[in-house]
Design a protein around this ligand. Structure first.
Ligand code: NAG
Ligand code: NAG
Ligand code: NAG
Ligand code: NAG
Length: 390
């Protein structure tokens, strides 16, 4: 009977559609493009909240005041991190923290994972003062465990493709200076010269990036350091309140060496698109000329506790500056949401990042050889710009 036949065909095709949709689309070879983030407190979105012995935590008000419901969310900022903003602009989902208790394989396939941990460094020994934190090697170990879970879930072949098409961010290094080399409580200060220490960091980072490549990482961006001699915590070390020149010089030399390392790796590792992006110059200019960019303060933290400086973290008893969008620094170490937005825009401009179509087949958008002149990278915000809500 023709009618029955056509019904049957319809039924069969609906069943097929249900089956196809029911399977993780990854198993059919079209996973979403997601990000895996390795970093420190500048990228942490909640890992340290779950490291209950860690002294580096952002679990108290006023952290997160300009993000979502305004409650602390693990970010060491009033709002978004640089990686949040770059991912958003590329159309990529925001990866949850590895230690988020609700993390599942499905979530990983949908959004990736963020391994960043406040206090962590390139070196294992960095940040030991904070008791608990994930250093980069540990973060890579956790990534290997994650890969194993995903292979079990969708099979080796689909997993291989998924990890090759994912985007990776590696953003560490500040703590290797601030909470290691420049601090007398660590032995690296006595073991290395300035240049010797940078060589040691590069040797370590080289091994770590090669390890990531061997694990199937192909599209990776390393973020450089900002003028970390100008963070409020460093300024307070000098009687004049000026920036620490030696610290800034270390950041510049780190950036120069890391940029070269990434060029070398990108040209020698098969199929690797490894990039380096920093916003040092722009942040230095913002710090020197805050008014030009619509800021009103570039030397002290928005969140502070009376005259007690440095305050190691922002605490509920602290007072906040009147307008958070006018401050470059949120606390003694970390930039505000608005400063992060400038940093993110500069990195996007330099590296020519394009929007990733995450519902498409995941093929990477080739980056143009020269960064396109996007919007003026650092247009000053309107005077009454609302602080960015998330
Ligand atoms: C660094 O830590 C990792 C584990 O997190 C360990 O496997 C590795 O051997 C350590 N490396 C050094 C040089 O101590
Ligand atoms: C590089 O890409 C080519 C083409 O996709 C592939 O055949 C080859 O196996 C890749 N090599 C590595 C080491 O990933
Ligand atoms: C900038 O700060 C100064 C005091 O530090 C204040 O008098 C001035 O009104 C502020 N300007 C803006 C635009 O917020
Ligand atoms: C993404 O790609 C798919 C198929 O290539 C297309 O249909 C869709 O409109 C694109 N979406 C966006 C947001 O560009």
């Amino acid at each position: 009977m023709p009618v029955m036949e056509s019904l049957d065909t319809k039924t069969i095709s609906s069943i097929m559609i249900i089956v196809v949709l029911g399977l993780a689309s990854c198993e059919l070879g079209s996973c979403a493009v997601v990000q895996f983030i390795f970093g420190d407190s500048l990228s942490d979105v909640g890992n340290n909240e779950h490291l209950t012995k860690s002294l580096a935590r952002a679990s108290l008000p006023w952290y997160g005041i300009d993000f979502g419901n305004g409650m602390p969310n693990g970010r060491y900022c009033n709002g978004r991190t640089v990686a949040d903003i770059i991912g958003d602009k590329m159309g990529l989902p925001r990866p949850p923290a590895f230690l988020d208790p609700s993390l599942t394989e499905d979530m990983i396939l949908e959004k990736g994972v963020n391994f960043a941990s406040g206090g962590g460094g390139i070196l294992n020994e960095t940040g030991s003062f904070f008791v608990q934190r994930f250093c980069l090697y540990k973060q890579i170990e956790l990534f290997q465990g994650t890969q194993e879970l995903i292979r079990r879930k969708i099979g080796a072949k689909a997993a291989d493709k998924f990890f090759k098409e994912s985007r990776y961010v590696v953003a560490l290094g500040s703590n290797d200076f601030i909470n290691n080399f420049l601090s007398p409580i660590y032995s690296d200060m006595y073991k290395y010269s300035d240049d010797g220490f940078i060589d040691y960091l590069m040797e370590t980072l080289d091994n770590q990036l090669k390890l990531l490549h061997s694990l199937g990482v192909r599209q990776l961006t390393v973020f450089g350091l900002g003028p970390m001699g100008c963070i409020p915590l460093q300024r307070i070390l000098s009687s004049s309140g000026g920036c620490q020149d030696r610290t800034n010089k270390l950041a510049l030399n780190f950036n120069k060496a890391a940029s070269k390392l990434l060029d070398d790796l990108s040209s020698t590792l098969p199929n690797a698109t490894f990039k380096f992006g920093d916003a040092y110059d722009v942040v230095a200019d913002v710090i020197d000329n805050p008014y030009k960019y619509g800021f009103n303060n570039s030397d002290s933290p928005c969140c502070s506790f009376g005259n007690i400086r440095p305050a190691l973290t922002c605490i509920p008893a602290s007072t906040l500056c009147k307008d958070r969008s006018k401050y470059v620094f949120w606390d003694e170490y970390h930039p505000t949401d608005r400063a992060n937005e400038m940093i993110a825009k500069e990195i996007i401009r330099k590296l020519g990042f394009l929007h990733v179509n995450s519902t498409g087949n995941g093929s990477p958008s080739p980056a143009p050889a020269t960064a396109p002149p996007l919007a003026p990278p650092l247009a000053p915000a309107p005077a009454n710009a609302p602080s960015s809500k998330d």
